[in-house]
Write a protein that binds this ligand. Structure first.
Ligand SMILES: Cc1cc2nc3c(=O)[nH]c(=O)nc-3n(C[C@H](O)[C@H](O)[C@H](O)COP(=O)(O)OP(=O)(O)OC[C@H]3O[C@@H](n4cnc5c(N)ncnc54)[C@H](O)[C@@H]3O)c2cc1C
Length: 168
């Protein structure tokens, strides 16, 4: 995609960006180099966790899985979808606040959607294509369309995504 021709004003600033595929691979390699032990295990319940682990300290990092494991109704799923395009080295910045797009070594990542209460992990191709079209429209490369209400920057989501933003 050509990244020229954006028509709206904004800010450009320099920042650091952690790329998960690089960071996580390095973290794993560093831990292995220090003889950390990785064990794959699926926990069925809280009693399974407490009964099968012998360690004195357990850090719960199960994300959405904690809802079931800890019977915690306060955990809610929020489905988010991304479009992963081929990497484009000419994209040298992160674009945000009206859809988002950022460069990685392996992909250009375009986001995103925000569906509260949806736990399905199945991606929807047409939704992902519409994320790309929206960003393309901001660069004059596609016809501008109203944002669907599952788009992360639809006004309905503003107070949830950033509580500091008053309702729009
Ligand atoms: C579309 C989208 C885009 C995002 N973009 C960004 C971004 O650009 N930058 C950013 O910083 N964050 C981003 N995030 C958020 C980021 O992905 C999460 O904050 C991060 O993955 C949380 O990591 P975690 O290790 O806490 O949990 P998770 O990554 O959810 O890992 C939880 C792990 O626990 C395991 N687990 C669950 N239940 C069990 C069980 N019963 N037994 C054993 N294992 C279990 C799961 O399999 C999983 O491996 C994004 C999220 C989404 C959905």
């Amino acid at each position: 995609m050509p990244f020229e021709g954006h028509t709206k004003p904004g800010f450009e600033y320099q920042t650091l960006l952690i790329e998960p595929p690089i960071f996580l691979a390095r973290l794993e390699a560093d831990l292995l180099a220090r003889q950390a032990k990785f064990v794959d295990k699926k926990f069925a319940s809280k009693s399974d966790v407490l009964g099968s682990l012998t360690q004195n300290i357990i850090v719960n990092c199960t994300g959405f899985g904690a809802m079931k494991l800890w019977s915690d109704p306060k955990v809610v799923p929020i489905k988010g979808q991304l479009a992963m395009l081929p990497a484009q080295p000419n994209l040298q910045y992160l674009y945000g606040q009206d859809g988002y797009m950022f460069p990685r070594a392996d992909h250009v990542v375009i986001g995103g959607t925000f569906e509260v209460g949806v736990s399905s992990e199945t991606p929807n191709k047409s939704v992902c294509k519409s994320l790309v079209s929206h960003i393309a429209s901001l660069f004059g490369q596609a016809v501008a369309k109203p944002l669907p209400d599952i788009h992360i920057h639809h006004p309905d989501h503003a107070p949830i995504v950033n509580p500091a933003i008053p309702s729009v």
